[in-house]
Each structure stands twice: as structure tokens, then as C-alpha cells.
Design a protein around this ligand. Structure first.
Ligand code: ZN
Length: 634
């Protein structure tokens, strides 16, 4: 890497206000001479993270994280010192000497990030060449100005099989690293590599501070058909890699975060082009989920900036279904949620081009619905409010959503809205809400403390029993990851979504393992030593010690099983993942069957539900055939 002079480093430090940089990740509140907020390094409910603007230092009283603006970026982004300087320099608009190939000491992850950065620059430059003419015309045709092309770093992947590969290897990037970063693919039979993105407009996917994590590539009009005559996929995205986890990333957040923080609200759209088009039109608090339904991690990310999110969806069935799922995810994550269904046949991009930005802003302001209104309308359109049974079922679903609202005052307000929307007295709905809240407190994943509402308080000094609900497969996966470290974490978490793990300490431990992996150092001792909190410590110790306890006692069957695990850890992990995934799909299928039964009983149209069931059965079949092992390579 090109050396960066001490003067430059001092300049970057001076230009990087710690409060501003931290605010990219944490909603800070001023308190006296300090700023406080929820710690971004550990999970907490009340703020113990504090920033001292005078000395430009931060400290967490919970997990003891602390340091200056460089440490913060290094820790938070999992990068090395030079990359932290680079990111902060870019943030502050300070030019640094062009970097060369990654140094031999760079970790694999640093090398991947360097390769991705190289690729982004390469694609951006290609857009200006003769070969990029069609891409430029396409972008101009969509009304994208030079300015927004630059803001979003949009580029062009040249036609041909090795444009990037050749340029990157010439610049010293190793093909294996390019492959790991999702930029090239190995040819069948081991004859070298070829570019993943060819003849496409490329949208770089960035972290909030501008680290290049991956790309979304769109075909150009008139793209050549595939060798087998099929149309090429309109969009292809970087698959999951050690640096890109799509469930945790929001496209456009880097460009949108200031506007989101100012509005305390984010607008979530579906496509990359929608984000760019809206940004261009002046609606800048806009992000997109990259090819996923809104995830728990994305909600957590948004909560650092916003109090509410507006979900924009197509009027079609799939769009409405995705919206309904997004409501639960947002509410569970403590984010207020509003919905806006676009007129049939239009997306944000085309709407803004046809009617202008002001009309769009008015649409967002004037036509948004709260989730109660949205769910009631959906039920009404489906004819569910026409029968008493259908109405009861719909009321149950709406109250279920209301029960997820965290703030009691807001929850009560939504209950009154639901009563009005359904035309029933609120006294009718209150028992339903009480039941939901009770069910939720008694849900398997809830902390054990919450379960003692049976009045059994005679021994107030005894700590509650430490029951962590988890499936046996989860115990196996946790143990394997703790025992085998980084390669196993990658094997498992490259193929499992965080929210496939049970809520509570299990998920917290998984998230912490992932964070360690991303920071380049998996250290089980941190968990058994209690650095990730007591609940996680108990869990880590429990799954690790099960093995010893069993082998010492010689428990026959389970002991054998664990011997097998030691011999073939990766195969055992694969089978545990499979069963866990099957369990999760089965859960959803059971719930869906229940809903179909109820809908049929109420004489409603079950076409959409049945289609969903067919899809889920197909998914189950694929998991059963271990297709998930390939999903990250698609
Ligand atoms: Zn902390």
C-alpha cells in the first residue's frame, strides 16, 4: 500500500469529528458536555456509550470499548488502520495517494476489500470509455445526471470474460481473492477464472462509511441472450461473501444517512435505480434492501438514524405480502412503520419522472397509511371483513401487529385506531391484545424472567432458572463454531441467516461470532470469559462443557454422537443446518396451513396463500436436497 504521510493522517484526524462519525452508526443525544447513545459494540437497552467531543474520545461503560475516531472505524468496520484512514479521508473529501496492491501482510478480508475498491474504480472508469457508451446512454435515458452517477459510483462492467480479471491481476490482486469477493468465478475444470459481471450497469453496494462490499448489476437494453438462448437475468447481485452479508446492508445508506437523520425517517424502496432516481429528484432519505425482505439487522441499522420507516410497495400480491412481513420486522425492532402502495404499474423511478419530485413527496406525506389502516384495507379488499369469522381472524392479525408496538402510549393509540377501522368498540379488542402480550411474554424465546407472571413470588432471592430455549441443532452448531473457529463460522454463517437462530442468547452469541469473524479474529474465550455478557457466557460454557461432561460420564449414545462430530465437523454442521432450516420452514408451513384453513372456513379466496404454500414446499424440497450449500455461490 502506498505510504500515507503523518501530515495526511493528522489532516484526516482533524477533519473527522468523532461525534459526526459515531452518528453514522448511533443516534446520539447531547447530555451536558457529552453525547450518549446505545453502544454499537454490544447489545443494550439503556445507553452506556458516551462520546467526549472535547477530547474526541469515546467510551462504553458496559463493554469497556473505547478509543478515538480511528479506533472507532477500525472496530466498527472491521478494517485495518490504513483502511480506516482511507474511509475517513474519503468521508472528509481529502485526497490520498492512490493505493497499490495490498501488502503481503494484509489479511484476506483486507485484500478482499482492496479488490472490491479496485473493481469499483475500474467499473466507474469503464463507464467513460467507448465500450461504456450504451451504459451511458441507458443512464441518461433514465434521467441520471453525471452528478448522481458520481455520487453513487455507478459503473459499467465491459462485455467480455476477463476485463476486470485482467486489470485486477495486473494491479496485483490475486484471482482467488477476487473469487472470494464475488468478482470472478472459477471455470469448470480448473482452467482459470472469468468475470461475474459482464456488459452490465453496476451499482456498488457500500457500507455506511463507503467501504465497497459488493455490486448489483443490471442488464442493458438489447443484451445478448445467454448461450442457451435464455434472457440474462435483469439483475445479478454479489452473493454472500465474507465481507458482504446482504441481510445486514441497505443500499444507498451512505448517501442517505444525513437526510435520514434530519428527517428521523427512512423510505425503503425495492430497487437500486429507485434510490438513485429519488435521490436525484431531491428525496434523499431513501434506501433499498438488496434483494431481501426487510431483515432484523436492517431494522437495527435504520434505528441508528430513524424513528420511523416508510415501506414502499407495489400494488401486486407479492408486494403486499412483503409489506405485511415488513410490518412485523420493523415493529419488533422498535421502528415505527408506515406504508405507501404505489399506483398500479408505477415504481418510484417512473413516478418521479412522470409527475416530479414534489408530487412524490406529497404522495409520501399524504397517502401513507399506518399499519393498522394498511392491514384493515388489505383485509377489506380480500373480502375478509364480510363475514363475522373473517373479521375475527383479521382483527386477530391486526391486534397481533399492535401488540408488537413497544411504546405503551403508541400501542394504545393504535388499538383505538384498530377499533375504529374495524368498527368495533375498543373494549372488544383489549382482551385480544392482553392475550397476545401474554403469549409473547410466554413465547419460548423470551427470557426466563418474563415467565414468572403466575404469582409464584415466594422466593424472591432465588434467581430465575436459566433456561435458554434452543434446538439441539443450534447447540451443535454453536459448539462446532466455538471449537473450530473461523473456518466453521464461515461454513455455517455463510449459509444461515441470523434470524434462523432462536431469539435470545443463542442469536446474540451467533451475532457476536459473526462480528468477531468479520473483525478477522474468532475468539471463543471472549464468550466463555463473559465479555459478551452473562447470558451468552452461560450459554457458551454450557454448549462447550456438554462434551466434557458427557465423555467423562461416558453417556453412551450422546457421547458417540459427539465423537462423530469431532471426526467430521463440517459434515455434522451441514446436517445440523439442514435440520434447523427444515424446522424453520416447517414452522412457517404449519402456520400457513392454519391460515388457509381459517380462510377456507370463512369462504375467502385462498389462491395467494396456496401459491405461497407451494413455494414453501419447494423451498423445503430444496433444503432437503442440500441445495442451500450452493445458494451462496449463485
Ligand atoms: Zn458497549
Amino acid at each position: 500500500m502506498a505510504a500515507i504521510s503523518d501530515d495526511k493522517i493528522a489532516e484526516v484526524r482533524a477533519a473527522s469529528d468523532l461525534v459526526e462519525v459515531v452518528s453514522d452508526y448511533v443516534r446520539l443525544k447531547k447530555q451536558g458536555g457529552r453525547f450518549v447513545g446505545l453502544c454499537p459494540f454490544h447489545n443494550e437497552r439503556s445507553p452506556s456509550f458516551s462520546v467526549d467531543p472535547k477530547n474526541n474520545l469515546y467510551h462504553c461503560f458496559g463493554c469497556k470499548a473505547g478509543g478515538d475516531v480511528f479506533t472507532f472505524v477500525i472496530e466498527k468496520e472491521g478494517v485495518g488502520f490504513l483502511d480506516a484512514i482511507r474511509l475517513l479521508a474519503e468521508r472528509a473529501g481529502i485526497a490520498l495517494p492512490e493505493e497499490e496492491a495490498p501488502s503481503p501482510e494484509a489479511t484476506e478480508k483486507e485484500s478482499m476489500l482492496a479488490a472490491l475498491r479496485f473493481a469499483a474504480r475500474f467499473y466507474f472508469e469503464q463507464l467513460g470509455t467507448d465500450g461504456g457508451k450504451r451504459a451511458r446512454e441507458y443512464l441518461a435515458g433514465r434521467g441520471f445526471t453525471r452528478e448522481s452517477v458520481k455520487t453513487f459510483g455507478i459503473g459499467y462492467a465491459p462485455d467480455g470474460w476477463d476485463g476486470l480479471l485482467a486489470a485486477a491481476t495486473r494491479a496485483g490482486h490475486k484471482p482467488e481473492i477476487l473469487e472470494r469477493a464475488g468478482l470472478v468465478r472459477a471455470r469448470q475444470g480448473g482452467g482459470g477464472y472469468y468475470d461475474v459481471f459482464r456488459d452490465r450497469v453496476l451499482f456498488p453496494i457500500l457500507s455506511p462509511v463507503g467501504k465497497v462490499l459488493g455490486f448489483g448489476g443490471r442488464t442493458l437494453p438489447g443484451a445478448r441472450p445467454m448461450p442457451d438462448g435464455a434472457e440474462p437475468a435483469k439483475y445479478i447481485n454479489t452473493s454472500e461473501t465474507p465481507v458482504y452479508h446482504k441481510a445486514e446492508v441497505l443500499y444507498g445508506l451512505k448517501q442517505a444517512k444525513t437526510a435520514i437523520r434530519a428527517a428521523e425517517e427512512a423510505v425503503l424502496v425495492e430497487g437500486y435505480a429507485d434510490v438513485v432516481a429519488l435521490h436525484e429528484a431531491g428525496v434523499q432519505n431513501v434506501v433499498a434492501a438488496s434483494g431481501t425482505a426487510l431483515t432484523v439487522q436492517q431494522v437495527r441499522l435504520l434505528r441508528s438514524y430513524a424513528r420511523t420507516v416508510v415501506l414502499l410497495y407495489d400494488a401486486d400480491n407479492a408486494g403486499q405480502m412483503a409489506a405485511a412481513r415488513g410490518i412485523h420486522t420493523a415493529l419488533d425492532g422498535g421502528l415505527g412503520v408506515y406504508l405507501l402502495t404505489l399506483p398500479t404499474g408505477s415504481d418510484p423511478d417512473s413516478f418521479v419522472r412522470q409527475f416530479g419530485a414534489e408530487a412524490f413527496v406529497n404522495l409520501i406525506k399524504g397517502e401513507r397509511q399506518d399499519f393498522v389502516g394498511f392491514l384493515t384495507d388489505a383485509a377489506r379488499r380480500a373480502g375478509r371483513l364480510d363475514t363475522p369469522e373473517g373479521k375475527a381472524a383479521a382483527a386477530g392479525e391486526i391486534v397481533d401487529a399492535v401488540s408488537r408496538v413497544k411504546d405503551p402510549v403508541a400501542q394504545d393509540a393504535y388499538l383505538l385506531r384498530a377499533a375504529a377501522a374495524l368498527g368495533v368498540p375498543d373494549a372488544t379488542l383489549r382482551p385480544l391484545l392482553r392475550d397476545r402480550l401474554r403469549d409473547r411474554r410466554h413465547a419460548p424465546a423470551a427470557p426466563p424472567e418474563a415467565r414468572s407472571s403466575t404469582g409464584d413470588d415466594e422466593r424472591p432471592n432465588t434467581p430465575p432458572p436459566t433456561v435458554v430455549v434452543m434446538r439441539p441443532e443450534e447447540g451443535d452448531l454453536l459448539r462446532l463454531m466455538l471449537q473450530h473457529g473461523a473456518p466453521m463460522v464461515e461454513h455455517v454463517l455463510g449459509r444461515m441467516a441470523i434470524d434462523e437462530f432462536s431469539e435470545g442468547p443463542v442469536r446474540t452469541l451467533v451475532e457476536a461470532l459473526l462480528a468477531q469473524f468479520e473483525a478477522g479474529r474468532v475468539d471463543p474465550a471472549a464468550f466463555t470469559g463473559g465479555q459478551a455478557g452473562e447470558a451468552v457466557q452461560r450459554l457458551a460454557v454450557a454448549v462447550m462443557s456438554e462434551q466434557h461432561a458427557l465423555s467423562e460420564r461416558g453417556a453412551a449414545k450422546r457421547g458417540k454422537e459427539i465423537e462423530r462430530q469431532d471426526a467430521q465437523p463440517f459434515a455434522v454442521a451441514t446436517s445440523a443446518m439442514k435440520f434447523l432450516k427444515l424446522d424453520r420452514v416447517e414452522e412457517v408451513i404449519a402456520e400457513l396451513r392454519h391460515r388457509i384453513g381459517a380462510a377456507e372456513g370463512a369462504g375467502q379466496d385462498i389462491t395467494a396463500l396456496t401459491r405461497e404454500l407451494i413455494d414453501l414446499n419447494e423451498l423445503r424440497r430444496q433444503i432437503d436436497q442440500n441445495a442451500f450449500l450452493e445458494w451462496n455461490a449463485s
